[in-house]
Design a protein around this ligand. Structure first.
Ligand code: PAF
Length: 294
């Protein structure tokens, strides 16, 4: 496996692979890799001739400087894992290699068709501009046939689908396919996240309640035999119940829980095609998770 840090080197390598007719899979990451990332890489290795993994803590998607500074950086460990998984290339540029001074100031603005007006987009202004800025640049450099993203960041996944399939930029991505990959959880149910590394053992025990409460919510709704319970007011009641149950646990604080339509991300009017997305603070760490209802 080769580690590349320069854009010019990536362009050259990709040009060679394209000439040979190789298919390319890309897994964009911010490093601090865990089994969730490993599942994306395994899939990309299986589906394509060549697998690229980017490891880049993208400064333009952080609206909180402290969060950026504290984000775990473990490149040596990451490259060892990626070698064992069979990845072909790691792209790990420095921020100044990726962006000019001006670009670093987040001047990039993108039309998200309204998908950014809720949840993460509302709470983290500029976040998705930064995500689209870096992901579109990675697509331009690596020219993948397939790119792999986890469903844990569900809103991010919707926005990337929108960018590639419906936005004004869509023609620049050719036949690129976005591949959705399921959330990977610990046995306890806790969704894997690089941010979990910042939790103490007690914090982790507390955080397990998030997925427990989400699974219980799904069971309650999906075992409900009466369709009259499947209304807008039933959705709002369930939404509040989840918020109250998480907030009842000392040490956890819900930032939002929204049950939305999984296509439009607008408030769900029933549980059909609905997804509940949650953000919870635990020991100063912002954790996200989600659950599909019907
Ligand atoms: O999901 C992430 O880790 C990041 O948002 C991504 C897609 C790698 C862009 O920096």
């Amino acid at each position: 496996m080769q580690v590349i840090t320069k854009k010019s080197d990536i362009l050259q390598v990709v040009e060679g692979l394209k000439k040979e007719g190789k298919t390319i899979g890309l897994v964009p990451t911010m490093g601090a890799l865990h089994a969730g990332h490993a599942s994306l890489v395994e899939r990309a290795v299986k589906d394509n001739d060549v697998c690229f993994v980017s490891v880049f803590v993208n400064p333009t998607q952080f609206n909180n400087k402290e969060d950026l500074a504290k984000y775990p950086r473990t490149l040596e460990r990451d490259t060892a894992l990626l070698t064992s998984l069979g990845a072909s290339y790691v792209f790990a540029p420095a921020p100044e290699e990726m962006y000019s001074e001006e670009e670093m100031q987040q001047t990039f603005a993108f039309d998200f068709g309204g998908l950014d007006a809720v949840m993460e987009g509302k709470m983290r202004p500029g976040h998705f501009n930064g995500v689209v800025q870096v992901v579109s640049r990675l697509f331009y450099l690596v020219r993948p046939d397939r790119a792999y993203f986890g469903e844990k960041d569900f809103q991010q996944l919707c926005i990337i689908h929108y960018m590639v399939e419906r936005s004004a930029l869509k023609d620049t991505f050719g036949s690129l396919q976005i591949i959705d990959c399921p959330i990977v959880r610990e046995q306890s149910g806790l969704a894997l996240s690089s941010r979990n590394e910042r939790l103490s053992a007690d914090g982790k025990r507390l955080a397990v309640n998030i997925s427990r409460i989400l699974f219980e919510s799904k069971d309650r709704i999906c075992s409900e035999p009466c369709s009259c319970a499947d209304s807008e007011s039933a959705v709002l009641t369930e939404q509040q119940r989840v918020i109250d149950e998480v907030n009842k646990i000392e040490g956890l604080e819900v930032e939002y829980y929204e049950i939305v339509d999984a296509t439009t991300l607008l408030p769900a009017r029933s549980f059909n095609n609905a997804i509940g997305c949650i953000t919870v603070w635990c020991e100063g760490v912002r954790l996200i998770d989600n659950i599909r209802y019907k």
